[in-house]
Design a protein around this ligand. Structure first.
Ligand SMILES: [Zn+2]
Ligand SMILES: [Zn+2]
Length: 479
């Protein structure tokens, strides 16, 4: 360990890692550059905005049998959100990066021997790349800005420093290609982890996260919409954007001032079953409903469904999805399924079969989200099913991700949100839909006679069909 006197305030600044080239003074935020000859003052570093992360400088853990501690941090922002990169120093002197993006953790290590020939501009989500013995698929491509730093870091960064990075995944393996600097691409290889895997110690607890998160101090949990003044529930530091429930303005809350990105659009109100701001207890953690989305298939706008984003301090985000088939609980996957062909997906020994592919569009959104949601935003979706479990892959021009949904009994939803949660969509499919099912049944029953016998059987089927379908059509119209 090396100590130097901060040129700004004289306090001792520590360099735990011989590989660190700069450190931010804990007391006065002066950026101190360590070089062989002298210690330089590079000016002040912006203070980090505390966010959802349970990690902090000093958090320790074990990765693949070796102990590490977090010694530095950079916060990065891009137009649609933000994430943290933590610089980890191992007992044996090696260093790595622990990234936290909306409580999805990955540990990576620089691999100087890997030299991919791909260019940043060529990379698109979904593109595959054979590297380090695996075929990786691009998940995110983004240009981000460093907004703040903390502790010690192995390269010189400052506010405004621009990172051009592409992330790739292959099952639990993770690859980041960093195009930020001139010269060859830097490759970082590692894998998805959980804090439990890492036996992480000295984490911030839920109370600490809630108390400190967010730049808009003193207004935790509530903010006046900068466009219309209505109170808005959101979680500072955990969500980066919200859509005002009153005026539908799109507001960026990821920096120290709330900024209106777009004025509210006039939209026909979408009825949401669950209310924003409701807190529920899921597996012993309190989750708050922050955002609600209405989405529909682009090809069939009548096929709409609702998605609700909930946040649990220290635990991250979960989604509840309400479709015409009932409720589902959805988690974003940090370990990707294998996708051997277009029809199948495999995860943890289970094979899922594709049953739907469509383009989905956001038709309505309210509340706070961990990315910038916009009405009209479209994603390509493919769904794979095995029994009650569904895997879905969604891709936009900037990112691709997998999620897993499990059916959720209506009783569970009612236990969380109250008995008033209606089951209309769930328990009473439309009359026409029921009629259609009966029709299909009739056709199947009659298929064999139809193939064998005279036209009269077919005639009766048609009459029977109309007798069922027409009244159903009228009943639906009357609804
Ligand atoms: Zn200082
Ligand atoms: Zn408003």
């Amino acid at each position: 360990m090396q100590h130097v006197a901060c040129p700004g305030c004289g306090a001792q600044v520590e360099f735990k890692s011989p590989a660190s080239v700069m450190a931010v003074c804990e007391y006065c935020k002066t950026t101190v550059l360590k070089d062989a000859e002298s210690v330089q003052n590079l000016g002040k570093m912006a203070e980090v905005i505390e966010d959802y992360t349970p990690l902090q400088i000093g958090t320790s853990g074990v990765f693949e049998g070796r102990s590490f501690a977090l010694v530095g941090r950079i916060q990065l922002r891009y137009p649609d959100g933000f994430w943290n990169e933590w610089y980890a120093l191992f007992d044996d002197g090696q260093a790595g990066w622990l990234a936290d993006a909306s409580n999805q953790f990955t540990f990576t290590f620089e691999k100087p021997d890997i030299a991919p020939t791909v260019e940043f501009a060529q990379i698109r989500p979904g593109m595959t790349l054979a590297l380090a013995g695996d075929t990786f698929t691009a998940s995110d491509v983004r240009t981000a800005r460093c907004t703040a730093g903390q502790g010690e870091l192995p390269f010189k960064v400052g506010p405004g420093w621009e990172a051009r990075v592409a992330d790739f995944r292959c099952a639990a393996r993770f690859l980041t290609l960093d195009f930020s600097e001139e010269g060859p691409v830097r490759a970082y290889v590692g894998r998805a982890v959980t804090l439990a895997d890492l036996k992480a110690q000295l984490l911030r607890d839920a109370g600490e996260i809630s108390d400190t998160a967010g730049a808009l101090k003193g207004k935790v949990g509530q903010l006046a919409c900068p466009a219309c003044g209505s109170p808005v529930h959101y979680s500072p530091g955990m969500t980066s954007h919200f859509i005002c429930p009153s005026c539908h303005a799109s507001v960026d809350v990821s920096s120290s001032t709330a900024v209106v990105l777009a004025a509210g659009q006039k939209l026909a109100a979408a009825p949401f079953t669950l209310e924003l701001g409701t807190s529920i207890n899921v597996d012993g953690t309190s989750y708050t409903l922050l955002g609600a989305l209405r989405r529909a298939e682009v090809q069939d706008p009548s096929s709409s469904w609702s998605e609700y984003l909930l946040y649990g301090a220290g635990r991250g985000f979960i989604w509840l999805v309400e479709t015409s088939e009932g409720w589902q609980r959805t988690e974003v996957l940090n370990e990707w399924p294998a996708w051997p062909d277009a029809e199948h997906a495999q995860l943890q020994g289970r094979t899922y079969r594709r049953f739907a592919s469509y383009a989905a569009q956001v038709t309505y959104a309210l509340g706070a989200f961990n990315w910038r949601v916009a009405v009209g935003e479209t994603a390509q979706v493919a769904e794979f099913r095995d029994g009650q479990v569904t895997l879905a892959v969604e891709a936009t021009s900037e990112e691709m991700g997998w999620s897993r949904s499990r059916q959720l009994p209506l009783d569970q939803v009612r236990a969380w949100f109250g008995e008033s949660v209606h089951a209309e969509i769930h328990e009473h499919p439309s009359y026409r839909r029921t009629a259609r099912l009966i029709l299909i049944g009739l056709m199947v029953v009659n298929a064999i006679p139809l193939l064998l016998a005279t036209g009269s059987t077919f005639f009766f089927v048609i009459i029977a069909a109309l007798a069922i379908y027409l009244p159903a059509l009228i009943l639906d119209k009357m609804d």
